[in-house]
Design a protein around this ligand. Structure first.
Ligand code: XUL
Length: 557
């Protein structure tokens, strides 16, 4: 039998280039975390003047971008920090990572030559200042492309048809509609672009000093890829922009090697020249890998700048809601996902307004208010929401005669405000009731066998209590809430192993029997009281009724 063990002394480096920060996690060959580091864009790179890592353009409705160069500068900075922490780069056998999904980078004609001749004596940022035809990358929070979404859907025969091909109907943040908008509004810049990367493949480009392929999982977040063929869809390409296929380059499986590490890193940071760069992927796919999600009944909830709910599936069933991507660690399976734009920043807004800017006060309020919040329901959209597609706004209702037995005859009264503790419970219950309702509607397991929570807010015990109560199942957590960069390090090890074997090997072959590694999950909360779960089902039904009405009245983003 083949030896599927990792070399004893080797280290594996994973990154996550996310909305607000760049994170790094290093695993040893027992898959134990030995180092981690974080660059916070707003505070560590203040000269870019971002707020939450982004620019919100006041002149164009819904335009949200980030300076591409900031991501480049963050990379050299995180290496300086890792050097200070005495990380031995020479031991790193493979590197991989993730980027926020859907964000895109536009390389100017001639930039491949720049990339392949990086001078290790100079910082990357000084060498790549003129490398981009568009300096501000559209990111996943952008929702300025509604017109392009409708045009693309129409061109391929409708929203459902596009979803059947690409795994999702057209979404404003997806890269295809963003590319179409650039082609329509900045034709010269589009013409002058020789390669379009996703944030993930962009970071891989820096590591290999050449254009890296887009991986098939993150590629599915573009409205451009045929998810069954794992190849660009001719129909979607044609519906989007001319000459697109050559600008996108090839697709590659997530476990493939993108290339050997560029001499820039060998000379500047003493990497071994044999260090491999494994394809980068999206942050949600990497989290799926980092959480080692491999059982169909399991559901993951990631609580970060965006909140996402995801699981795995053997059979893709794309619809008008939710997304289907190829599974990054299973060459035949799929990953299914829901995404919410109003995640941590919206929770923080309620904390700041109602809980003295303190998580302790926020948690105290959450604990002291009764489950079901006495029938008080809130919808909090600080940003245009993706699911449901509703504009910025807060909506509060009080179901005065709510008992939890039935939705029949419930009186709902719209109110302007709740007392602070009820507002805190309303935002939390609202977020998780919405997740449960949409997950059920999308055919995700109900109730799930278990939930694995990750992301910053998964460290909050009061929030975990609410999840267990609303979903009625056990809630597990991982050692570190940053599962995306951990997933990057794991996928680096997995890609290294696949490369050694010369073919795909299941990721599970890397786990030892008595798993003392940093990837094992631990039970944090047991399933809530089942009679309460039933009452939450009634509240959820009523909430969806109100939500549908709001969508009819206020429409899409
Ligand atoms: C997923 C999505 C977000 C970003 C956040 O579709 O848009 O979760 O990946 O980084």
């Amino acid at each position: 039998m083949a030896d599927l063990s990792l070399p004893k002394d080797a280290l594996f480096l994973g990154f996550d280039s996310s909305t607000q920060s760049l994170k790094a996690t290093v695993l040893d060959s027992n898959l134990v975390i030995v180092a981690s580091e974080l660059i916070h864009f707003d505070s560590d790179l203040p000269h870019y003047k971002t707020k939450d890592g982004v620019y919100r353009d006041p002149s164009v409705n819904g335009r949200i971008v980030s300076p591409t160069l900031m991501w480049v500068e963050a990379l050299d900075l995180i290496f300086q920090r890792l050097s200070k922490a005495k990380l031995d780069f020479g031991k790193i056998a493979a590197v991989s990572g993730s980027g926020q999904q859907h964000g895109s980078v536009y390389w100017k004609t001639g930039s491949s030559a720049l990339l392949s001749s990086l001078d290790s004596k100079k910082p990357l940022v000084d060498q790549l200042r003129s490398a981009f035809s568009i300096d501000e990358s559209p990111i996943w929070m952008d929702c300025s492309t509604t017109a392009q979404c409708r045009e693309i859907e129409k061109a391929v025969g409708g929203a459902l048809e596009l979803s059947k091909i690409t795994g999702s109907r057209a979404y404003e943040r997806f890269t295809g509609p963003q590319i179409r908008k650039i082609f329509e509004t900045q034709p010269e810049a589009y013409k002058n672009t020789e390669r379009i990367s996703l944030v993930s493949s962009f970071m891989a480009c820096l590591f290999i000093g050449a254009y890296a392929c887009i991986d098939q999982t993150d590629g599915a977040g573009m409205n451009l890829m045929d998810i069954k063929e794992r190849a660009w869809s001719k129909a979607a390409l044609q519906a989007t922009a001319p000459d697109l296929e050559q600008k996108l380059g090839k697709l590659a499986p997530a476990h493939a090697v993108a290339g050997p590490i560029a001499s820039y890193f060998v000379e500047r940071y003493n990497f071994n020249k044999n260090c491999l760069v494994v394809q980068w992927s999206g942050d949600n796919p990497n989290s799926l890998a980092g959480l080692t999600l491999s059982t169909p009944g399991d559901l993951a909830i990631s609580l970060g700048t965006s909140d996402t709910v995801f699981g795995i599936s053997k059979v893709p069933q794309p619809g008008l809601e939710g997304h289907v991507f190829p599974n990054p660690v299973d060459t035949e399976g799929y990953m299914v996902m829901l995404c919410y734009k109003n995640g941590s920043l919206t929770r923080e807004d309620v904390r700041n307004r109602c809980a003295e800017k303190s998580w302790d006060v926020f948690n105290k309020f959450l604990e002291q208010t009764p489950p079901l919040n006495g029938g008080k329901i809130g919808f909090y959209y600080k940003e245009h929401e993706i699911l449901p597609p509703l504009p910025v706004g807060f909506h509060r209702y009080h179901l005065e005669n709510f008992t939890g037995e039935t939705v029949d005859g419930l009186n709902e009264k719209e109110v302007q405000e709740f007392d602070p503790p009820s507002e805190v419970r309303a935002v939390i219950e609202g977020q998780f009731l919405s997740m449960r309702a949409h997950a059920e509607r999308f055919g995700m397991p109900s109730p799930p066998k278990r939930i694995i929570a990750t992301g910053g807010a998964s460290a909050n015990q009061s929030i975990l209590n609410a999840i267990a109560a609303i979903f009625g199942c056990d809630v597990y957590t991982v050692e570190r809430p940053d599962s995306a960069s951990l997933g990057g390090a794991l996928r680096a090890a997995h890609g290294w192993l696949c490369n050694k074997e010369g073919s795909f090997v299941p990721m599970s072959s890397m786990y030892k029997d008595s798993d003392k590694s940093s990837v094992s999950c631990k039970l944090s909360k047991t399933a809530g009281d089942q009679s309460l779960v039933k009452k939450y089902s009634v509240l959820m039904q009523k909430r969806i009724e109100i939500e549908n009405r709001l969508v009819q009245k206020l429409g899409r983003c």
